[in-house]
Design a protein around this ligand. Structure first.
Ligand code: 7TS
Length: 406
């Protein structure tokens, strides 16, 4: 059992003041802080093993290649993928979804086909599908949400899952509402109808135990920086049978088996989808982030984050005039709220004076905001190093802000 009060010591950036106040970092849905183990992995690679991968026969290049491919195997284990070849390293969730939207759709979508999404998608799981739909002649359709409680209205699913639907892409956890969607149930339903599933795991990867085979998805997209890993690295899990028949989406070195002046042939996955020199150091440090989170225990992380978010939801609910979004129970680590008389940006700016880092705005969920009749929310999001005392600091800060504005 981790001693949660010691976890904070592993994260150097948390030990600082903002002005005269100790930092209370509650913007983890945007990006988490990095533990020393991840910083050390980056430092070690650049000091000792730095070389390009997959091409050199010298000692450093072989060490770098082993570490890079070792990280792929580590990430595959973290997700319980069947094989390392099912993990493609990308810049993160956004790039992973763009990869599927650019590649899978070219050989699988025709005019009249439908891509099913939900009303709670981040722009990263919406705009790539808009582009793919324009290119292929497919159309988009959306699973509605239930209102401020922010759950998917699953009673609509049978009506929406018509034979034209070829792909269903949805977020595992909403970055604004904190809703945890029933990913396994949704994928099982899609699978019986022959519909390919894409799960946006940006907000679940660092917080919930993720087992892609138990979820039963075809693709799972995630970012390293939302799980204590570096920025600029993430991945796409894809089922082998699907990856094998997908065309490359970027051309260049490393992804070919044979090149002629007019034509080329491709390597299998994952190389086929990793053109050019990859982000070697960050991939290796992502492996260190997997070790770190498994060391804490991912079931325990999920319980810790849920407890803090539910505590925050409950404590904030007493503030006069607050509109809380998302489910009261069974939520992830995100709590969003709005006041009709105070702009989210004002709250975030004033909270910063107390050292409390929040996020305010539309959180890349503009259509969702419009549906809820909001221009934005204030969001607190928790991680392994946060504690109940920081929830109290948040409440006290908000009480002060309300007093100032009213
Ligand atoms: N999907 C979801 C559900 C997200 O929350 C985010 C980032 C992304 C995709 C994109 O991830 P990226 O790593 O490729 O940028 N969400 C947020 C957020 O809520 N605040 O800042 C970034």
């Amino acid at each position: 059992m981790p001693n949660w009060s010691n976890v904070c010591a592993d994260f150097p950036a948390l030990h600082q003041n903002v002005g005269s106040k100790p930092l209370v970092y509650l913007d983890n849905a945007a990006t988490t802080q990095r533990p020393q183990a991840v910083i050390d992995a980056l430092d070690h690679f650049y000091r000792h093993d730095n070389a390009n991968v997959h091409r050199g026969l010298h000692a450093l290049s072989m060490r770098a290649t082993d570490a890079y491919e070792g990280a792929r195997a580590r990430v595959a284990r973290f997700l319980n993928a069947a094989a390392p070849e099912e993990i493609i390293f990308t810049r993160g969730t956004t790039e992973s979804i763009n990869l599927v939207a650019a590649s899978w759709t070219t050989v699988n979508l025709r005019p009249g086909d439908v891509i099913l999404l939900t009303e709670m998608e981040h722009h990263s799981n919406l705009v790539p599908w808009q582009l793919a739909a324009k290119r292929t002649g497919a159309t988009l359709r959306f699973v509605p949400i239930t209102g401020d409680e922010g759950r998917l209205d699953l009673s609509q699913l049978d009506r929406l899952l018509t034979p034209e639907v070829k792909l269903f892409a949805f977020t595992h956890v909403s970055n604004t509402l904190g809703t945890i969607n029933p990913a396994a149930e949704l994928c099982a339903k899609a699978r019986t109808l022959g519909i390919v599933t894409v799960v946006d795991g940006a907000q679940s990867i660092g917080h919930l135990p993720v087992d892609v085979r138990a979820i039963g998805c075809d693709f799972f997209a995630f970012s390293g920086h939302k799980m204590g890993g570096p920025t600029g690295i993430g991945g796409l899990y894809g089922r082998r049978e699907l990856l094998d028949i997908m065309p490359p989406w970027q051309g260049g070195g490393g992804m070919i088996s044979h090149v002629d002046f007019l034509e080329s042939r491709w390597k299998p996955s994952p190389e086929r989808f990793e053109a050019g020199t990859p982000n070697i150091a960050d991939a290796i440090a992502l492996g260190a982030a997997c070790d770190y989170l498994d060391g804490l225990g991912r079931d325990r992380i999920a319980a810790h984050d849920r407890e803090l978010a539910e505590l925050a939801h409950q404590r904030l609910s007493v503030l006069p005039g607050i509109r809380l979004l998302g489910p009261a129970h069974g939520r992830s680590s995100v709590v969003s709220f709005a006041f009709t008389d105070i702009h989210a940006h004002d709250i975030v700016t004033f909270a910063d004076e107390d050292g409390v880092a929040l996020r305010g705005g539309h959180h890349c969920n503009q259509p969702l905001m419009r549906k809820l009749g909001l221009t934005g929310t204030t969001r607190a999001s928790f991680y392994v190093y946060n504690n109940a005392g920081e929830v109290e600091t948040l409440v006290a800060t908000l009480q002060k802000i309300l007093k100032f504005f009213r």
